[in-house]
Design a protein around this ligand. Structure first.
Ligand code: ZN
Ligand code: ZN
Ligand code: FE
Length: 768
């Protein structure tokens, strides 16, 4: 007995080879009917027996194309008649009034294309832009939806007859591959020197490899923007790159030819291997093998950030045995966004790069490399992968939440801004955009907002931003539109982001540790214990405050924080302490700092946990001044070498101030000074004990708050939880204390995830 069945499939099902895939299945099972794309995804109507239709459904789930993502398959009443269809066909897509389908992220080159890339007999042999329905650039080249070649930057390349045939032939693996191209008709690479002169050669890749082996710096146009590449085995080339990029200490990302090569330099767990090999091809933070590569690749750092090639071009560059690994750092100058246009690359990077490996396929949307860290620790008993940066390969995948959300756009934070856009039970999160204090980054934030609204066809009804009056995104919210603006407290947004990705409703205890966030009392918060839900919160506890001497200067110069912590602990007597880091400071200056600390002159009050880490880092003489964000804390954590054992805690108090619990750090500062001056403890020992103290006090606070509010769910959020040691041990010990613990794994715990939380808070508050 045959029947007719209609299916609606939702998710990422357009532009990913879904129709040919269904067509093949229909042939295999001898189904009759049709499929087409519309604004809700794909619609299928087929006739067969119940049994066969069941197998068909199962195979859709099991064997769907790699770049697709099925959210749901809904069975609907058929509209045709039984026996009406004689065969199976792909019908013309209906014109899409409202796109509800998802935009596919960029995907690294697939195995089939890779085989062709190195097949001498193939017409795309060594062609750097080889791609197919299952792989290649997507989000970075899409100007508008629905996803079709004329709406991508591939529009300017007219397909040759052969490519055109592939594109239209349903059996071909390039059927409807919008970026389809070949050496005859598609984009090509070009090599120029830093004067913009074209290097004439018929072996561009060969010349680039030669130059890299000579120690030259090459700007390489990749999928989402430019990379700066040098031979990772050449310490002089790396030193040169550091000098020219004005970047002394921050680790450089690496690109290894393959997983075997990566394994020579770093330890790789199963989970890390899966991530490295995934089609998203993120940078994965891997534990270093000692003396594997020159120290200046990642100085004082126990890890390397390694990715595998994502573009076909990368495979070509890395094919030589003498050079299996490259430094591939973002192609930008300090504080500027990654360059993604040819002319701007020549303009902005000519003081850094010796040569430019360009191509004429335009990038429409800049997308940085994503960075992920997996934690390997037996005691954790669960997988823990953390986004440090969410961008290429992941944006603009939505985060599913546990409720229907109004249409809202959120502008994120200041330093690590992202856009979030909501509709239904999905919140679309943009790629990492960067520090919007920079004009160009600010512009790209606004562009990204418009672009996302357009390609996702969402017209927001409200706009959400941070409460901080000094944030550019705050002013922008008013300027940009007539939409009602919802101002969201920074740490409330962090808490809500973590609740949202874990599908919680609340109330929860939100432990939010970060560097800077504008508090309800107009001081700078950052060591917060909140209690609440999406709608509202109460500040149940915090780190006892101290002062940032010199205001924002103290963020760049952690020794200022250390001095204030000493002042809070010893009063003026701190001036006589025998501490290494104070030796550089004259008596006169000490006196000035004491005055500032005493009278709060040019000093901001803060409860920031990030700054406490900075201050302790300076106390231990680890880092006095920073060059990149969170450097002092990162270096303090680096001393622990990714070993998670806890150590004896320093002393601290928890005090009840006006019904709010405060962690008093004063006993701890005394202990630390004692450990340095009397016990001559090493910075590593102090760091471990300090980290253990923060974990211990956090758990104790959570217990007190649970007793008072009767809440057992804890969410951990904020940039300080990028600290692996802190995150891991907080999870373990909170669980031990009986808490249900939630943390980030889909969006960054730092401000990169903030826009998600802003949407959720705005949703709960807007419309009242
Ligand atoms: Zn492919
Ligand atoms: Zn062609
Ligand atoms: Fe934050």
């Amino acid at each position: 007995m045959e029947l007719l069945q209609r299916y609606r499939i939702k998710g990422i099902v357009q532009g990913v080879g879904f129709r040919p895939f269904i067509h093949k299945l229909a042939k295999k099972y001898n189904l009759r009917g049709w499929i087409f794309n519309d604004s809700d995804g794909v619609l299928i109507e087929v006739q067969s027996t119940d049994e066969i239709l069941k197998q068909f459904e199962q195979e859709i789930w099991k064997a769907a194309p790699v770049m697709s993502r099925i959210d749901e398959i809904i069975k609907l009443e058929p509209e045709g008649r039984l026996g009406q269809y004689k065969d199976f066909c792909i019908k013309q897509s209906v014109k899409m009034e409202k796109t509800r389908t998802l935009v596919p992220p960029d995907s690294s080159v697939c195995d089939d294309c890779l085989r062709e890339l190195f097949d001498k007999t193939n017409r795309r042999y060594r062609y750097p832009f080889i791609n197919c329905t299952n792989c290649g650039p997507r989000y970075s080249i899409i100007k508008d939806m629905p996803y079709d070649r004329p709406k991508t930057t591939m529009k300017m390349f007219k397909m040759c007859p052969e490519c055109n045939r592939e594109y239209h032939e349903i059996e071909d693996r390039r059927y409807h591959a919008q970026p389809n191209a070949c050496p005859v008709c598609g984009p090509s690479i070009q090599l120029v020197d830093n004067n913009g002169e074209i290097v004439e050669t018929d072996d561009i890749i060969g010349v680039v490899q030669e130059k890299l082996l000579e120690g030259k710096i090459i700007a390489v146009k990749s999928i989402g923007g430019f990379h700066l590449a040098v031979n990772a085995q050449d310490p002089n080339a790396i030193a040169n790159l550091r000098r020219r990029k004005k970047r002394d200490g921050k680790a450089f990302a690496l690109m290894a030819r393959d997983i075997e090569t990566a394994e020579k330099y770093a330890y790789i767990s199963e989970e890390e291997r899966t991530l490295l090999l995934s089609s998203e091809k993120p940078i994965v933070i891997l534990k270093k093998k000692e003396h594997a590569l020159p120290e200046n690749v990642a100085p004082h750092n126990p890890s390397y950030g390694i990715m595998l090639p994502s573009a076909p071009l990368h495979y070509l560059l890395l094919e030589k045995d003498e050079m299996p690994v490259l430094v591939m750092t973002s192609g930008n100058t300090s504080g500027e966004p990654i360059v993604y246009e040819n002319d701007l690359a020549l303009e902005q990077l000519s003081n850094i790069a010796d040569y430019f490996l360009l191509n004429n396929r335009d990038i429409y949307t800049r997308v940085d490399d994503s960075i992920i860290r997996c934690t390997n620790y037996d005691l954790l008993k669960s997988q823990l992968s953390t986004f440090i940066r969410r961008a290429r390969g992941y944006a603009p995948y939505p985060i599913k939440v546990n409720q229907d959300v109004k249409k809202i756009v959120a502008l994120g934070s200041e330093m690590k801004a992202t856009i979030a856009l909501s509709k239904g039970n999905e919140v679309y999160l943009s790629q990492h955009i960067g520090d919007v204090k920079n004009d160009k980054i600010y512009e790209s934030l606004l562009e990204c907002k418009e672009h996302l609204q357009s390609i996702l066809s969402i017209k927001p009804k409200a706009i959400a931003c941070d409460m901080h009056p000094g944030f550019r995104t705050n002013a922008a919210s008013k300027k940009q539109s007539d939409l009602p603006v919802v101002y969201v407290q920074h740490h409330h947004a962090h808490m809500a982001a973590c609740m949202a990705e874990n599908k919680l409703t609340g109330p929860v205890i939100g432990i939010v540790f970060d560097g800077t966030g504008y508090g309800l009392d107009e001081s700078i918060w950052g060591g917060e214990f909140l209690v609440g839900d999406y709608h509202s919160f109460e500040r149940a506890g915090n780190l006892k405050t101290f002062y940032l001497l010199g205001g924002d200067k103290a963020v760049k110069e952690p020794f200022r924080v250390a001095i204030d912590l000493l002042y809070r602990t010893y009063g003026e007597a701190w001036e006589n302490l025998e501490l290494e880091f104070l030796k550089e400071i004259s008596d006169f200056e000490k006196n000035v700092y004491s005055k500032m600390a005493q009278n709060h002159i040019n000093a901001f009050q803060t409860s920031s946990m990030g700054r406490l880490f900075d201050g302790v880092s300076a106390l231990c003489n680890v880092c006095m001044k920073i060059e990149y964000d969170a450097e002092a804390s990162i270096e303090l954590e680096s001393l622990l070498k990714r070993k998670f054992d806890m150590a004896e805690e320093f002393a601290y108090d928890i005090i009840d101030t006006d019904g709010r619990f405060e962690i008093d750090y004063v006993p701890m500062i005394k202990d630390i000074v004692d450990a340095i001056t009397v016990k001559k403890a090493s910075p590593e020992q102090i760091s471990r004990r300090f980290h253990s103290t923060v974990v211990g006090s956090l758990v104790k606070m959570a217990v007190l708050i649970r007793e008072k509010y009767n809440i057992n769910d804890v969410v951990l959020s904020g940039g300080v939880f990028s600290n692996e040691y802190l995150l891991v041990n907080a999870i373990i010990l909170l669980r031990k204390a009986g808490f249900q613990v939630y943390y980030h794994s889909l969006v960054p715990t730092n401000d990169g995830g903030l826009s998600l939380g802003q949407v959720m808070v705005a949703n709960a508050n807007y419309g009242e």
